[in-house]
Design a protein around this ligand. Structure first.
Ligand code: NAD
Length: 495
């Protein structure tokens, strides 16, 4: 059976995600021949669009690739629009009829990928109707791709998972965390497991601390209503940050396969210490942006944003320390921070190594040396917007005496390469097409991440305190700096 012969059904086909990410990604796969010619896409949403209108939308969303008219027409001809209210059972009958027709037309042999690109409130309703209305009575494979957020705490995630499991098996469920499709995230494993010099010192004997920063310069934009109920902890830490942390902390898998990597990631997440309320207060800080400027641009504060409660207690920034209780990581803090309206957009990881045991240059005989301690070696992994890594080493400063000077060995992918590397969504769609779930999140990972995050959230909800303010255009409130300073450390990335 050819996996490429497939019918995609995109719920939320008129939405922002579909237009900005899914259609362009499908086009790139089509151009490269990864989709073949025997595929069809049904876009569904409430609007009463015709196929012609839909084709215009598809062509607009791929215009930046500058395809020829013929190529754009040919690609768009695979797309079909079906107006559909996800709550209306009869609409699924119409969807089934169209699916069966397209199956025959493109010799699809029953293969189905359902993409749920709409509000998570509807995920359960959609999957149960897919089953009850017979859309899964076909011989091929059935896969469902689910957007974030997967629940808004452990209990709601577990309920949703139970609902989906009534219809799809865990192997058929592809939970998207688009960070896992990013080139440099996948590269974390290459850096760790393809280089003897790192894996042999990747532990608490040599690493002092690890820092993960995920900074956004944008505010909440038009997502105020959603964001005000969520906040930075649920929006970023539960998924992207804990995923990055698990890839950094996991034990080497016995093979680079979906099953083996997953097993190790889950073990890493399960080793993260569950903090008591007191420990949460000590180790996690929040922030909320107030009016400020980035460059020449003035920005209003979070509470003045559209659809945000004027007394909102929602955090737009979080910084904290995780501890991992296992032999490898005991005693090594993993500091994380993320927020909106920060100085600049960027995601990077800094692995800070320990000091050499003795600074032999302290009492240099060749000349004065006022350095009490040396700069630490730091491995930086740049995830976005630039991609690459750097390693800071100490060399001798040119001239009299013996001063050391940190030197940065740096590799950054050029903007040409970055432009041509597949978008995260493109990689993930191809993975789903090939039945490879490695870069999607397994239920056990989601469950454990929620349990960790719920503990923090519950403490904050109990305290009902206004998060400390930070000016738009800064890297968060003073409390985020104090978090490290009280332990004799500092954030390496200071844009
Ligand atoms: P959107 O609001 O732009 O689109 C929602 C879609 O759902 C629209 O096509 C709308 O017509 C359809 N819809 C709503 N109610 C419906 C109903 N009752 N019946 C049928 N169709 C209905 O949302 P979006 O930004 O595209 O996001 C979709 C999902 O993707 C969400 O889960 C979101 O959290 C997730 N997501 C989006 C982005 C992004 O960049 N936009 C990024 C990450 C995750």
């Amino acid at each position: 059976m050819d996996q490429k012969n497939v019918l995609f059904t995109i719920f939320g086909g008129t939405g922002d995600l579909a237009r900005r990410k899914l259609y362009p990604s499908l086009f790139r796969l089509y151009q490269k021949g990864d989709l073949g010619e025997d595929f069809a896409v049904i876009g569904t949403a409430r609007r009463p669009w015709s196929n012609e209108t839909y084709h215009e939308v598809i062509k607009n969303s791929i215009a930046s690739f500058q395809p020829s008219n013929k190529e754009a027409e040919e690609f768009a001809s695979h797309f079909y629009y079906q107006s559909h209210n996800v709550k209306d059972t009869q609409h699924y009958d119409a969807l089934k009829k169209l699916s069966d027709e397209l199956d025959e037309k493109y010799s699809i042999q029953g293969n189905r990928i359902f993409y749920l690109a709409m509000s998570p409130n509807f995920f359960g309703t959609i999957v149960s109707h897919l089953k009850s209305q017979g859309l899964l009575n076909t011989n091929g494979y059935h896969r469902v791709i689910i957007e974030k957020p997967f629940g808004n705490d452990y209990q709601s995630a577990a309920d949703l998972n139970d609902e989906i499991n009534q219809v799809f098996t865990e192997e058929e469920i592809y939970r998207i965390d688009h960070y896992l499709g990013k080139e440099m995230i996948q590269n974390i494993s290459a850096i760790r497991f393809a280089n003897l010099i790192f894996e042999s010192i990747w532990n608490n004997r040599y690493i002092d601390n690890i820092q993960i920063s995920l900074a956004e310069d944008v505010g909440v934009e038009e997502r105020g209503g959603y964001y005000d109920k969520s906040g930075a902890l649920k929006d970023m830490v539960q998924n992207h940050i804990l995923q990055m942390l698990s890839l950094l902390a996991m034990e080497p898998p016995v093979a680079f396969s979906e099953k083996e990597i997953r097993t190790e990631k889950i073990k890493a997440l399960e080793s993260i210490r569950m903090f008591s309320e007191e420990e949460v207060r000590k180790n996690f800080v929040r922030g909320q942006y107030v009016a400020g400027e980035i460059g020449d641009d003035q920005f209003r504060g979070y509470r003045e944003e559209e659809n945000v409660d004027e007394n909102s207690l929602t955090e737009t920034f979080v910084a904290g320390k995780f501890l991992i209780d296992n032999f490898r990581w005991s005693g090594v803090p993993f500091y994380v921070r993320t927020g909106k309206r920060l100085t600049e957009k960027g995601t990077r990881i800094n692995v800070v190594f320990k000091q050499v045991p003795v600074n032999v240059f302290k009492d240099s005989v060749t000349g004065p040396c006022d350095q009490k301690s040396l700069a630490p070696n730091i491995l930086t992994i740049y995830i976005q917007p630039t991609e690459g890594f750097s390693l800071t080493l100490n060399g001798k400063e040119i001239g009299q005496g013996f001063q050391t000077d940190p030197i940065k060995l740096e590799h950054r992918n050029s903007s040409d390469i970055i432009e041509n590397t597949p978008e995260a969504y493109e990689k993930l769609l191809l993975d789903a097409l090939n039945g490879d779930g490695t870069n999607f999140t397994h239920w056990d990972e989601v469950a454990q991440s929620w349990k960790i995050v719920d503990r923090i959230r519950e403490t904050w909800d109990k305290d009902q305190q206004t998060p400390p303010g930070y000016r738009a255009g800064t890297m968060g409130p003073d409390e985020a700096y104090q978090l490290l300073e009280k332990e004799g450390r500092h954030w390496v990335w200071e844009p």
